[in-house]
Design a protein around this ligand. Structure first.
Ligand code: CP3
Length: 353
C-alpha cells in the first residue's frame, strides 16, 4: 500500500509544508493554523453555494464539495484545507438510510441496536467512494502547495449516531450496548471501523496529505470503557491507511483523561479540545507526539484584545510540544464573524514560531 509518485506528499508540493512538518514534530518557519469546520455556515459564500442543495447531496457532488473545501483557503490564508464532507457519508455510500437534518444533525431511518441489525448492514465498496476520490482530485488540483486534510469519524462516534438513530447528549445507547451485548457492539464497531477506514483511504490515495480521525463524542467514556470497548476499533480504522505514510491526527472533545489512550491507537498528532492547556496536554503525553489545538471557540465572539491574549497564550503553551498546529478546541460556531478567523490566522503567522 503506497501513494502514487504524483501524490502531493511525494512530488514535493506539500512534503515540507508548515502543516506536514509540524505534524511530523518539526518546527517549521511559521506556526501552521487551520480551523475545524472552517468550511461551513460562518461563510456567506458557503451559504450561497449550498442554496437549494441538501447537505449530504452537496458532499456527493464533486464540483461543489471541491468548491466549498477551497472557500476558506482563499479567504483566510489557512495552512490546510479540510475536505468538505461528513462523518456519515460512508454510511450513506454503503446504502444505510441516513440524512442530516438542519439544526439537528445525523438521523438514521432505522437505529442499529441488535446483532441482527448489525448483520443486516450493507458493506461499503471501493467503487461507491468514487465521488469522494473525484472531489479530492478536483480540490488538490487547485490547492498547489497547501495540503488537504482528509478525515473520518471514529467508530465510537459513528456508532453513537447509529445506535441512538440521532444526536444525543449522553450516548446512553452505545454505552449500554458495549456492556449488555459486547459481541454485537464489537461487530458494529468493526463495521464502522472498516467503513470509516475505507473513506479515509479513498481521500488519502486521491491526494489528501494527512488524515484526521474525529472521535467527537469519546469524552462521554471513562478511560476503562475507552480502552476495553473502543480503542481497538479506532486502531482498526487507521489500519486501513497506516501503510501510506501520511501523518495521522486523532481528535475528540472532553478527552483530557483519554489523551494517552488516544495516542496509543497509533497516531502522529493528538488534537486537544479547549479544556486542557497544551503544555499540560504535552506533559500528560510525555512529549511524544505533536499537538493540534486549542483556541476556545467561545472566545471568537469576545472583544479582540481578549481573543488576542488567548491566542498568544495558546501559542506559548503549544511551544512546549514537539510540533504544534494551531486550531480551535472544537468547530467554528456558525455565527462566527469570518473576519475574526482571518485576523487570528494573521496573528498566528505574525508571531515567531
Ligand atoms: O470544515 C470542516 O471541518 C469540514 C467538513 C466537516 C463537516 N462535518 C461538514 C458539516 C467535518 C470534518 C465534519 C465532521 C463531523 N460531522 C463531525 C466531527 C467533527 C465535530 O464537529 O465534532 C460530526 C460529529 C459530524 C456530524 C454532524 N454533521 C453534525 C453534528 C452536524 C451539525 C448539524 C447542524 O445543522 O447543526 C453535521 C452537519 C454538517 N457537517 C454541517 C457541515 C458544514 C452543517 C450543515 C449545514 O450547513 O447546514
Amino acid at each position: 500500500m503506497t501513494l502514487s509518485a504524483s501524490h502531493p506528499l511525494l512530488d514535493g508540493r506539500t512534503t515540507d509544508s508548515p502543516l506536514i512538518s509540524a505534524y511530523r514534530s518539526q518546527k517549521p518557519a511559521r506556526r501552521p493554523v487551520w480551523f475545524m469546520r472552517q468550511a461551513g455556515r460562518s461563510l456567506p459564500e458557503y451559504r450561497e453555494a449550498r442554496k437549494g442543495v441538501a447537505m449530504l447531496d452537496s458532499c456527493l457532488r464533486p464540483d461543489l464539495a471541491a468548491e466549498i473545501t477551497l472557500q476558506p483557503v482563499r479567504r483566510h490564508d489557512v495552512d490546510a484545507a479540510i475536505f468538505f464532507s461528513d462523518i456519515v457519508i460512508p454510511l450513506k455510500l454503503a446504502g444505510v438510510g441516513v440524512d442530516i437534518v438542519p439544526g439537528v444533525g445525523p438521523v438514521l431511518e432505522s437505529p442499529v441496536r441488535t446483532a441482527a441489525d448489525v448483520a443486516r448492514l450493507p458493506r461499503l465498496t471501493e467503487e461507491a467512494l468514487e465521488p469522494i476520490r473525484e472531489a479530492v482530485r478536483l480540490t488538490v488540483a487547485e490547492l498547489g502547495s497547501t495540503p488537504l486534510i482528509g478525515f473520518a469519524g471514529a467508530p465510537f462516534t459513528l456508532a453513537a449516531y447509529m445506535v441512538e438513530g440521532r444526536p444525543s447528549r449522553d450516548h446512553l445507547g452505545p454505552r449500554t450496548m458495549m456492556h449488555a451485548d459486547p459481541d454485537a457492539w464489537r461487530a458494529l464497531s468493526e463495521w464502522a471501523a472498516d467503513a470509516s477506514g475505507l473513506f479515509l483511504k479513498a481521500q488519502l490515495e486521491a491526494g489528501a496529505s494527512a488524515g484526521q480521525l474525529f472521535d467527537s463524542w469519546a469524552g462521554s467514556l471513562g478511560l476503562r470503557d475507552y480502552t476495553t470497548h473502543v480503542a481497538a476499533a479506532s486502531a482498526r480504522s487507521l489500519d486501513h491507511v497506516r501503510g501510506l505514510g501520511a501523518p495521522l491526527v486523532h481528535f475528540g472533545t472532553g478527552t483530557s483523561e483519554l489523551l494517552v489512550a488516544m495516542r496509543d491507537v497509533g497516531v502522529d498528532v493528538v488534537g486537544v479540545d479547549y479544556r486542557l492547556p497544551l503544555d499540560e496536554a504535552n506533559r500528560r503525553l510525555g512529549g511524544t507526539v505533536a499537538l493540534q489545538g486549542n483556541i476556545d471557540p467561545a472566545l471568537l465572539a469576545a472583544p479582540w484584545p481578549v481573543l488576542e491574549a488567548h491566542v498568544r497564550e495558546v501559542l506559548a503553551a503549544g511551544q512546549s510540544a514537539p510540533g504544534h498546529v494551531v486550531n480551535l478546541g472544537h468547530g467554528v460556531p456558525p455565527e462566527t464573524d469570518p473576519d475574526v478567523l482571518t485576523a487570528v490566522v494573521k496573528l498566528v503567522h505574525s508571531v515567531a514560531p
